[in-house]
Design a protein around this ligand. Structure first.
Ligand code: NAD
Length: 432
């Protein structure tokens, strides 16, 4: 089957490459000419483990191609996946300009039956909007609109796409569902659960899922706060809670608050969506509020550990919003850096993949060559993103490089007792 994927960002590129790997013939379209030129030349514009290999393999096999020509993408495909960005507007609602533009282009160029699939995260009602746009040029055209929200996580996107917990398909006609089952044939045969529903429910499943996960993170961050006030250890509390299968241990790790391109945007969108329907989504409002407080609290921890920050030098390990990605959108590490700079501290930073992106926002930081270079001459070392290579640092070596043995572990990666026994001042999140 011929497929067109519009938008070759974190979601679109992974979707295109993985669908090609399923045996589909995929044309990926983006309006960003530099991105497409890089992809045509075999260069991957983002850091995502395993992506380069799967793109190269399917490019070689002739199943995966890249273009800026949206018209040819639309006309050559039976299924068109919309995977463009839906960034937040100042009022919290997602900006659907790019989705609308793609729908208008499909309306203009479609040349036969098309299944138009929304992979971008969009509010309930967007399917109906796309349908109206597609009908606008000629009321008799044949098409189906499908919602197929994506749940992949950056850093493990390929594995998540190839082995998802479920595939959600929101459609209103049997013909579209058959096309979608063919697209996801290998997953269907592997007995991946398929949730087949109406378009509005599928659109809401994505916001409900991300909203719930955000609540879980904010919940444990409030427990961490209580632990600090009461002298308990959130590590043990979280383990004790998470082993209850009704709760589960995932997304129950205290830290500097949630970030990334999805949770902040999708929680704001869920609140806005509810508001538009005359309802206050109080649980998600609270999760957002707790998250803002959690992020803001991190600078206080650093100041409590290191003393007044003006004139101090702080080493920050990790810049991306999570490990194994170069994505810095809404990264808690950058919030910490911004607060450190505002407090008059000098920052030395290191990240295995995200330094180029961070440099565009913070050109004046010192970008180190590795964790030890980052720690050289600093008054305090802050672990902001838990890349694996930061888990097994040589603290003996660090002690010789740093001005003071002070570590602030915003990801609760290190063992407080061990570090304290080694003469370190250790501060975690919610650890007594
Ligand atoms: P991104 O910003 O990395 O990529 C979007 C791409 O769309 C860009 O390359 C942009 O140039 C392109 N684009 C925009 N308008 C276009 C147009 N008219 N024609 C062609 N290309 C166009 O975004 P992303 O992180 O891949 O997210 C895409 C969508 O998927 C969003 O709605 C997001 O919420 C959702 N999502 C993201 C993730 C994630 O982890 N990043 C996970 C699940 C869902």
């Amino acid at each position: 089957m011929n497929i067109c994927v519009v938008g070759t960002g974190y979601v679109g590129l992974v979707t295109g490459a993985c669908l090609a790997d399923f045996g589909m013939t995929v044309l990926c379209v983006d309006k960003d000419e530099a991105k497409i030129a890089a992809l045509q030349a075999g260069r991957i514009p983002i850091y995502e483990p395993g992506l380069e290999e799967i793109v190269a393999k399917n490019q070689r096999a002739g199943r995966l191609r890249f273009t800026t020509d949206l018209k040819s993408g639309i006309q050559s495909a039976l299924a068109i996946f919309i995977a463009v960005g839906t960034p937040p507007r100042p009022d919290g609602a997602p900006d659907l300009t790019f989705v609308r533009q793609v729908a208008e282009a499909i309306a203009e160029h479609m040349n036969g039956y098309k299944v138009v699939v929304t992979k971008s995260t969009v509010p309930t009602g967007t399917g109906r909007m796309i349908e109206q746009i597609l009908r606008s040029n000629d009321g008799d055209r044949e098409f189906s609109v499908v919602s197929n929200p994506e749940f992949l996580r950056e850093g493990s996107a390929i594995a998540d796409f190839l082995r998802p917990d479920r595939i959600v398909i929101g459609a209103s006609d049997a013909r579209a569902i058959e096309v979608m089952k063919e697209v996801y044939g290998p997953l269907f045969l592997a007995e991946t659960p398929f949730v087949i529903t109406d378009v509005a429910s599928a659109e809401l499943i994505k916001y409900a899922s991300n909203g719930f996960l955000a609540v879980k993170i904010s919940f444990i961050n409030e427990i961490a706060r209580l632990c600090e006030l009461m002298g308990a250890d959130v590590h043990d509390v979280s383990r004790g809670m998470g082993l209850d299968r009704r709760i589960g241990s995932r997304f129950l790790l205290a830290g500097p608050g949630f970030g990334g391109s999805c949770f902040p945007k999708d929680t704001a969108a869920a609140v806005d969506l509810a508001r538009q329907h005359g309802y206050r989504f109080r649980i998600i409002e609270s999760a957002i509020c707790v998250n803002a407080e959690t992020k803001a609290r991190m600078i206080e921890k650093i100041a409590a550990a290191a003393g007044p920050l003006a004139g101090r030098t702080v080493g920050v390990l990790g810049l991306s919003f999570k490990p194994e990605t170069d994505d810095i959108r809404e990264s808690p590490a950058l919030a910490v850096i911004s607060d450190l700079v505002a407090a008059g501290a000098s920052v030395r930073a290191f990240d295995p993949a995200a330094m180029e992106n961070a440099r565009a926002l913070f050109p004046d930081l010192y970008y180190a060559t590795d964790a030890y270079d980052c720690a050289t001459g600093v008054d305090v070392l802050v672990l902001a993103t838990e890349w694996n290579e930061f888990r097994a640092l040589d603290f003996g070596r660090l002690a010789k490089l740093m001005r003071s043995r002070t570590v602030v572990d915003l990801r609760n990666v290190y063992e407080p007792r061990e570090l304290r026994a080694g003469g370190w001042s250790y501060t975690g999140v919610g650890r007594s």
